[in-house]
Ligand binder design. Structure first.
Ligand code: HEM
Length: 703
């Protein structure tokens, strides 16, 4: 009270606040504001000053509020995930299209229209928690399905193959990709000696290397990428019959990636590009959806397939075993709290439910050990399954107890079985009818450390992937190899990698060799199996062949200046809304601009904070004077020249010409430029052009 007497009241914006003797501000409870308390529920009177002996005297140990607050803060961090540290999660549901009871007894697939709660976490693999979203990397695509018969985790990636065939190499591949141990960099990238040293000595990684050097590794959005369970699993029906399955998530929004030069710039302009995109989409009600596709096959197919279905470095082309689309995953709710949900969620490949089972894929078998083990350390004890985000939604009854943070210990008398206590005290009992039963596959053989010969073809599917790409995509792959290998200091590593690529495709090897300035093409690495060079290309592997049919969910950046044509702007907004695309107004100042009809509009972004790399297409709606002023600003010139270099569609008014002149583009206005307004083409034409996402024809002319 004595302290309070020293305070006066001052207005800060909308609010009257108290000001203490030292000039510090005190916002106080009342008027619908809750009282601040300690963890013990004691209401706090002053959260600005520690308890001290005299105004300028020492702090007192007695200050339990201060001690509790600092103690808790000191312990806020938990270890980040050893891989996939940077992630972003959202809630949703899975809906089954039709009963799959003929092939699986898994509860979630039993009835048409049946919905199962879901939580999904997307992630990058190599970077630490605070790295950037658009690293060239695999994206994790981990799905937790809270079925009525327990949690099923499909812990997948956006790439259907992996670097290694045996989990015993996982620490090596991750060590090689992560920052080099002596210097602690580079962060979140594979463009360094250690990674390519390892990769070039690990021929089985070649197929995966093709995928991560492709645009798959730089997706435009989590919403625009596929997911894969990677391994072959089993589905088992009520009669115990097993069918092999590979799981695919197909985005209804279509596939889309960015280009590398764009990714590099996005990481600076908005390191949170992917998470912001997902957060914004869900909050505006544009819920992303994926269809679950199953590739179903039997032992006969597995026996005659050219590769081993247990080898996680191989795909089964969709053209060979078409997908059966069996349901949809919808993400419709962002998290309430990032740490509680996205950080504490614990996915685990061993979380499967009756009706689904493992195969002997050696990578999957190793993963089944790794996740629980690492989570014990990461989450600090064995009871993380009791956290809301991890807890099953079906009844849980067992005799496991105690440990750190036990919140749901069994409450009955018995904590063991067998027991002779009556039902209300005796606890749960095993249930042979409903319980999980492992598929009784026949297994035998001598104990040996041995890799099957059927895993020995390391290059044929790498070539299949390359041959299935559009010419622009092939070029991006070659450019990516050149970029990454150019970051290797050791010339012998670069050469060895090119020697490996010769087993994939000589043209590719030659382009990369030229890009690296190799004097001559090295001899191919000795391949364990000769590359099969005539596998039929698979169109399903190309992003460009699987783009969207609309521009829905994409974003246009409209650069405006004072005097912007109000009617034209309204027309562009309306055309975008009709296409379900979004627009952002970018202006020289965030306060906005005056429009031609005498109104004022606020800007969504200030130009310097909103380079064109953040948009899928741009529009330049300036006045002549405005364009002349912008032409002097580096950010405005970059806005235009980057949009051009990244093959984006550019709508413009004649008055914006000074910007083209300043960027040297006035003589390069190809058909990716759409002139609107002043009796030219309507804004709807621009949106129609944007459906192609990029004006790829330009690529050949820009380098
Ligand atoms: C097909 C191969 C693999 C895929 C698709 C995959 C996928 C994933 C994904 C998506 C996550 C992030 C989960 C999350 O969002 O919390 C993850 C985390 C992890 N993965 Fe894998 N992974 C693969 C291989 C492996 C292997 C071979 C191992 C080890 C033998 C492994 C060990 C881990 C560990 C330790 C984590 C961190 C888990 C945590 O701290 O919660 N992964 N993996």
């Amino acid at each position: 009270m004595g302290d309070k007497a020293k305070r006066d009241e001052v207005r800060y914006g909308e609010e009257m606040v108290e000001r203490g003797a030292g000039g510090e501000l005190h916002q106080t409870a009342g008027d619908g504001r809750k009282s601040l308390t300690t963890q013990q529920g004691i209401v706090v009177s002053d959260d600005q000053n520690t308890l001290r002996a005299g105004e300028r005297g020492p702090d007192l140990l007695e200050d339990f509020h201060f001690r509790e607050k600092i103690f808790h803060f000191d312990h806020e961090r938990i270890p980040e995930r050893v891989v996939h540290a940077r992630g972003f999660g959202a809630h949703g549901f899975f809906e089954t299209y039709e009963s799959l009871s003929d092939i699986t007894r898994a509860d979630l697939f039993q009835q048409s229209g049946q919905r199962t709660e879901a939580f999904v976490r997307f992630s990058t693999v190599a970077g630490s928690r605070g790295s950037f979203d658009l690293a060239r990397d695999v994206r994790g695509f981990a799905v937790k399905l809270y079925t009525r018969e327990g949690n099923w985790d499909l812990v997948g990636n956006n790439i259907p193959v992996f670097f290694i065939q045996d989990a015993i190499k996982f620490p090596d591949v991750i060590h090689a990709a992560k920052p080099e141990p002596d210097r602690g960099f580079p962060q979140a990238q594979t463009a360094h000696d250690n990674f390519w040293d390892f990769a070039s000595l690990m021929p089985e990684s070649t197929h995966m290397l093709m995928w991560i050097m492709s645009d798959r590794a730089i997706p435009r959005s989590f919403r625009f990428m596929e997911g894969f369970g990677v391994h072959t699993f089993r589905l088992v029906n009520a009669e115990g019959r097993s069918t092999f399955v590979k799981f695919h998530w197909k985005p209804k929004q279509g596939l889309q990636s960015v280009v590398w030069n764009e990714a590099v710039k996005i990481n600076g302009a908005d390191p949170d590009f992917h998470r912001r995109d997902l957060w914004d989409a869900i909050n505006r009600g544009a819920y992303p959806e994926w269809e679950l596709g199953l590739q179903l096959f039997d032992d006969d197919f597995a026996d005659r397939f050219a590769f081993d279905v247990l080898d996680p470095t191989k795909i089964i082309p969709e053209e060979e075993v078409p997908l059966r689309r069996v349901g949809r995953l919808v993400l419709d709710r962002v998290v309430d709290n990032f740490f509680a949900e996205t950080e504490q969620v614990a996915f685990c490949t061993q979380n499967i439910v009756p009706g689904i089972d493992f195969t002997n894929d050696p990578l999957l078998q190793g993963r089944n050990f790794s996740y629980l083990d690492t989570q014990l350390k990461r989450l600090g004890g064995p009871n993380f399954t009791q956290l809301r985000v991890n807890a099953p939604r079906c009844p849980v009854a067992h005799f496991q107890q105690d440990g750190h943070m036990a919140m749901a210990n069994p409450t009955s008398r018995a904590n063991y079985e067998p027991n002779s206590w009556p039902p209300d005290e005796g606890g749960p009992r095993e249930d042979p009818m409903r319980g999980f039963t492992t598929y009784p596959s026949q297994e035998s053989g001598p104990k040996r450390r041995l890799r099957a010969e059927s895993f020995a073809d390391h290059y044929s599917q790498a070539r299949l992937f390359y041959m299935s790409q559009a010419p622009v995509e092939r070029r991006h792959i070659a450019d990516a190899f050149v970029f990454e290998l150019s970051k290797c200091d050791r010339a012998d590593i670069r050469t060895r990698m090119v020697a490996g690529l010769r087993n994939v495709d000589d043209d590719l090897a030659r382009i990369v060799a030229d890009g690296l300035g190799l004097a001559e093409l090295p001899d191919p690495l000795p391949a364990a199996r000769e590359t099969v060079r005539d596998l039929t290309p698979s169109p399903a592997l190309s992003i460009m062949a699987n783009g969207p049919e609309t521009f829905a969910g994409r974003k246009i950046g409209i650069l405006v200046t004072d005097g912007v044509d109000a009617e034209l702007l309204a027309g562009l907004r309306a055309a975008a809304a009709k296409e379900k695309a979004n627009v952002e107004i970018v202006a020289p100042v965030v306060g906005g601009v005056d429009t031609s009809d005498g109104n004022h509009i606020a800007a969504d972004q200030k130009l310097e904070g909103a380079p064109s790399v953040l948009y899928d297409a741009v529009a330049l709606l300036t006045t002549k004077e405005g364009a002349a002023q912008l032409a002097n600003l580096p950010a405005a010139r970059d806005f235009v020249s980057d949009a051009y270099a990244h093959c984006k569609f550019i709508a413009y008014v004649d008055e914006a010409n000074a910007l083209f002149a300043a960027t040297g583009l006035d003589t390069h206005l190809d058909d990716g430029f759409v002139r609107i307004g002043n009796g030219q083409r309507p804004a709807t034409d621009f949106l129609t052009r944007c459906r192609q996402l990029r004006s790829w024809g330009r690529q050949a002319t820009i380098s």
